[in-house]
Design a binder for this molecule. Structure first.
Ligand code: T4K
Length: 378
């Protein structure tokens, strides 16, 4: 790669940041009160603001999305087997396994890559205690069907909503579905607190247990009644969240423009497959996943990735390999997931962030189109 390209790298995403003066203003008070963590004022303020923005009844902030998920599973005292999908980030499967539970991998559907609700029931055994579906790329799972299955078999449902910040389904904040929903506020997400996460829930007892787990089980100066850990969000993270939240609607609007441009430029190219637009969903445009069907497109996903890289553009293979194929899990857990395998071999998430320039989107699409025609015209 030549120097010019190296300096103008386009990465898969880029953290949104508020104007620096605003952040400085927000954290100034910390130099007066010296209260930097342990559920301080900023923490409280962000929790309240997010509850409102996400339209959820209860919300608990965490140091990151993974700890939010891992500790929610623990707080629910789940046992045995948990049905989930392997087409996700390491965190989802790790959170299950790190709780001593067995992930049972269900396949995804080929339309939006969320859990195939028609294949859940056949995986339920007398050991199943929960379902952990993933709103992957912000694509909303079939929440109503999942709810019916969960009720029929008395299972808990925890949504991995790491990608679904600010989304709504049928007019209801996405965090209102299931027994709990976890969000990630990592630097790479639509909304970030640098690192951070949250759990949305309704059951107050679950809330109490989450609090115990994230703060060492401390209930009072002399009372420690649970073997908790430390997963608290600090005041600098919360301040970043307060600032970023002021811009979130305009950030999502800008992302929408980028996605529209991609769709306009790549639409109709044989062999390129997009996720189908979901109905009744308020979207957040968190990722732009594209599938390259080698037989029709002419070249496979890995060639597209390489060609983009040669031009200084770093798309990512989210999510390849499947978590079930990770070194640490190979052969350990059962699961028949041919669609997930197929999709993970074809998928590429193209660069997407609020300030991605239209000319960069044009360039990315031009490189992709060039590959197609090069192959055709040879
Ligand atoms: N569940 C799901 C479904 C998830 O996708 C995730 C996280 C979780 C749970 C767990 O939530 P957290 O515990 O992370 O809150 C990234 C993120 O680190 C991870 O949060 C995210 N999913 C995953 C899909 O993507 P990597 O290993 O690909 O990140 P990295 O360091 O390669 O960064 C990707 C790109 O982002 C860089 O090329 C540039 C940009 N970037 C990165 C960082 C760190 C920035 O612009 N600023 C930054 O500070 O995992």
């Amino acid at each position: 790669m030549d120097e010019r390209k190296k300096n103008n790298k386009i990465l898969v995403t880029r953290s949104s940041m508020p104007p620096i003066d605003e952040y400085i203003e927000e954290i100034k008070g910390l130099w007066d009160n010296h209260w930097l963590t342990n559920m301080g004022e900023k923490h409280k303020e962000l929790e309240g603001k997010l509850k409102e923005y996400l339209e959820v009844q209860e919300l608990s902030l965490f140091s990151n999305g993974h700890m939010a998920l891992e500790l929610t599973i623990q707080a629910m005292n789940l046992s045995g087997e948990v049905i989930t999908t392997p087409f996700t980030f390491a965190s989802t499967t790790h959170a299950i396994v790190r709780n001593g539970l067995t992930p049972v991998f269900c396949d995804i559907n080929p339309i939006d890559y969320t859990i195939d609700v028609n294949k859940i029931e056949e995986l339920i055994t007398d050991k199943t205690s929960a379902i952990i579906p993933v709103h992957v790329y912000g694509n909303i799972c079939e929440v109503e069907e999942i709810e019916k299955i969960a009720q029929k078999y008395n299972l808990k449902v925890i949504y991995d909503s790491a990608h679904a910040f600010g989304e709504a389904y049928k007019g209801k904040g996405i965090g209102q579905y299931g027994d709990a929903s976890i969000f990630s506020f990592h630097a790479t997400k639509v909304f970030n607190t640098i690192e951070g996460g949250a759990v949305a829930y309704t059951d107050k007892e679950l809330g109490l247990n989450l609090y115990r787990l994230k703060n060492f089980g401390i209930r009072g100066p002399e009372i420690v009644d649970w073997v908790g850990t430390n997963a608290k969000m600090n005041e600098f993270q919360a301040a970043m969240g307060i600032c970023n939240l002021r811009y979130i609607d305009q950030e999502i609007k800008k992302r929408k423009r980028v996605v529209r441009k991609y769709l306009e430029l790549l639409n109709g190219i044989p062999g390129i497959v997009f996720c189908k637009k979901q109905i009744n969903v308020k979207e957040n445009y968190s990722y732009f996943p594209v599938r390259f069907d080698e037989e029709i497109f002419g070249v496979g996903r890995d060639i597209v990735l390489e060609e983009l890289k040669n031009e200084g553009i770093f798309a990512r293979k989210y999510f390849y390999p499947l978590t079930s194929q990770f070194e640490c899990y190979k052969g350990r857990y059962l699961g028949n997931t041919p669609i997930a395998e197929h999709v993970s071999k074809q998928i590429l998430t193209l660069p997407l962030y609020a300030d991605l320039k239209m000319e960069d989107v044009e360039k990315i699409c031009m490189i992709i189109k060039r590959l197609k025609y090069k192959k055709k015209g040879n």
